[in-house]
Design a protein around this ligand. Structure first.
Ligand code: AR6
Length: 357
């Protein structure tokens, strides 16, 4: 997958290059810089001395010494001064200069820490957004895999509002699908009121009167309503695609890409899918993708929930409300948000697997 967010210590990353969030002197310091110098050994400091420092927003390359990668790219992030001193442009420049340098040195895999988000004080959620956007832009024209290494849980938080909205959504839909627990709650409530018939009886009666599948369909109906489309309806432009019921995943995907007027590369890049994986899918009509791969293509093709369900079916999957991963992806699709990087940030925040290969 071209961009992956991982929780790790960057000095353990077995990639072609790791990036160091250095200071302008390039002579070591605390945080990730200190960790890299300690793990690489004194040879690194010696090489750094000869580089004569580095300007903010620029990058320089050294060997990796005792580290398991080939190179270290040292970049100097901006110090946060409230956001009005060009911090964002400088931070973007750190990512693009580092990626260019790694690319020029033949690197195919690169790992970044969240530059400036520690001692330099850049707000973490904003630093993450700049990283994802800048790396994402670079990858549109370069075949590389980039890891964004998040060191600890505290350093990482998607926007508070988005996080809260998703948490509420999970809560609502997860409970819907597990309405046995609603029945159970009603029983407990009634028992607490010593057997008096109450509102709780009504909740229980209504929950029990519906078979479980109907309850699921009810909630799918809510999704369809949110997407302003009756359940079971298929947008006309996709009718003929989805009418090919015996088509496998691979064929359906290729036809959908054509229908949407996208090129293959536009689609797999937007899906955050590796070119090699896409070639495999393309050349093998019987290819069985993973669920995150199918959903990544649904997002890239901007399919509705109904269309997503159809595409999943071609690969033998279905969306489930007993699975947080599915509910989070549904949250975004039902709101018409098709930004895979944002969806992956949210999945990461909820400790779920990411979309893509
Ligand atoms: N692996 C991955 N990420 C890490 C690690 C690690 N081993 N250690 C820390 N982080 P910082 P900056 C995260 O302070 O803000 C130095 O003294 C950390 O949680 O290392 O760019 C330099 O010499 C945070 O999210 O870098 C400079 O003077 C992120 O790395 C100055 O600090 C960056 O935090 C640079 O400050």
């Amino acid at each position: 997958m071209p961009i992956q967010i991982v929780r790790n210590d960057i000095t353990d990353m077995k990639v072609d290059a790791i990036v160091n969030a250095a200071g302008r002197s390039l002579l070591g310091g605390g945080g990730v810089d200190g960790a890299i110098h300690r793990a690489a050994g004194p040879g690194l400091l010696e090489e750094c001395r000869a580089l004569g420092g580095c300007e903010t927003g620029q990058a320089k390359l050294t060997g990796a010494y005792r580290l398991p990668c080939k190179y270290i790219v040292h970049t100097v992030g901006p110090i946060w001064k409230g956001g009005r001193c060009g911090e964002r442009a400088l931070l973007e420049s750190c990512y693009s200069a580092s990626l260019r340098l790694a690319w020029e040195n033949g690197c195919e895999t690169v790992a970044f820490p969240l530059i400036s988000s520690g001692a330099y004080g850049y707000p973490k959620a904003d630093a993450l957004q700049v990283a994802m956007e800048t790396i994402g832009r670079f990858l549109l024209s370069h075949d590389m895999t980039v890891y964004l290494v998040i060191f600890d849980r505290e350093t990482y938080r998607i926007g508070e509002k988005l996080f809260a909205d998703i948490a509420v959504y999970i809560d609502q839909h997860y409970v819907d699908e597990h309405s046995d627990s609603a029945v159970e709650q009603a029983r407990r409530y009634r028992a607490a009121l010593k057997g008096k018939p109450t509102e709780a009886d009504k909740i229980e009666a209504s929950a029990e009167s519906k078979p479980k599948e109907n309850r699921f369909l009810d909630s799918m109906g809510q999704f369809a309503a949110q997407a302003a489309m009756p359940l079971g309806a298929v947008p006309p432009c996709l009718d003929d695609v989805l009418a090919q019921l015996d088509e496998g995943f691979s064929q359906t995907l290729l036809r959908l890409i054509d229908k949407k007027g996208m090129t293959d590369a536009q689609c797999y890049k937007k899906a955050n899918i590796d070119r090699k994986l896409f070639s495999k899918i393309r050349s093998n009509p019987a290819y069985r993708p993973s669920k995150p791969t199918v959903l990544a293509f649904s997002v890239a093709l901007e399919l509705s929930l109904e269309e997503t369900a159809e595409l999943l079916k071609r690969a033998g999957f279905a969306l489930s409300h007993s699975n947080k991963f599915d509910i989070i992806v549904e949250f975004f699709i039902s709101k018409g948000i098709y930004d895979i990087l944002m969806i992956n940030e949210a999945l990461f925040a909820f400790d779920q697997p990411l979309l893509g290969g």
